[in-house]
Design a protein around this ligand. Sequence first.
Ligand code: SF4
Ligand code: SF4
Length: 266
Amino acid sequence: MIRLCQRPGASCGACCGLYNSRDHGREAVRAELTRRTLVLRRTAPTLGAFSEAAARLAEGGPAPLFPSVRVCPLLGFLDEAETRVGCLAHPLVTGGPDLRDAGVYDVTICESFLCPSHAWLDEEEAELTELATGDFHLYGLVVTDVPFLRAALGAVAALTGARVERRHLARPAFREALTRLLALKEELEPGSEGLFGAFRPGRDGEPVPRQIDYQVIDRDRSPYDALLTCVGADPHSGNDLDLLENEVRRRLDACAETLTPLPVQR
Ligand code: SF4
Ligand code: SF4
């Protein structure tokens, strides 16, 4: 089974409510995770103490963007350097007791839940995401949006004629360019379709196709339609289609310029 939540170079906390706040930007998210981590580090590792701390932390936290989606105050930083996000009530973190019952779900749910990306992504896609994002903020946004990831990798491949492979990311310039392309996810308007679109599966469990209504804005279909659709560049979202299209073009060109052909490995 593919593992996405905690990988050697990146970690995710999306399903614990990591991005469910009006300001989901890196610094705002970091500040909230730091606040929780400092409190929970000083909290005795008992269910009672963690439950009390969780209630206090929840009261003092930012209001959720989507009130019906839970935000767990037990999600924090796992390391001093604040590079890795994770559950501070997990037995591997507390050093023994499992305190996840003090969170917004319970141990059984926390232990068993796997988001749909686990069924859709293959190991190579997961590894590419990890290598190209590699932190507590961008990784979770991308790894939970399979259509966006595939559209981004597909657009690079269409432009260069080369499928993006792990070895390409050994080139710092290309890796940086791909990170910039994926970082579009960090720059969308709060509440935009492209932010949480990954959580809209259809009846068959597959993602519901999104589409841009070009007629409404009297425009031809963009050559970057797949990627723009994924980031929610439609007239109904808070994002600006022209602005996003220019950004996509610029960032894709940078990927193409830095992905000069490499010899095929045999
Ligand atoms: S959203 Fe998916 S990858 Fe992220 S922590 Fe939850 S189950 Fe893991
Ligand atoms: S207790 Fe559950 S919901 Fe809360 S941070 Fe831990 S894993 Fe996430």
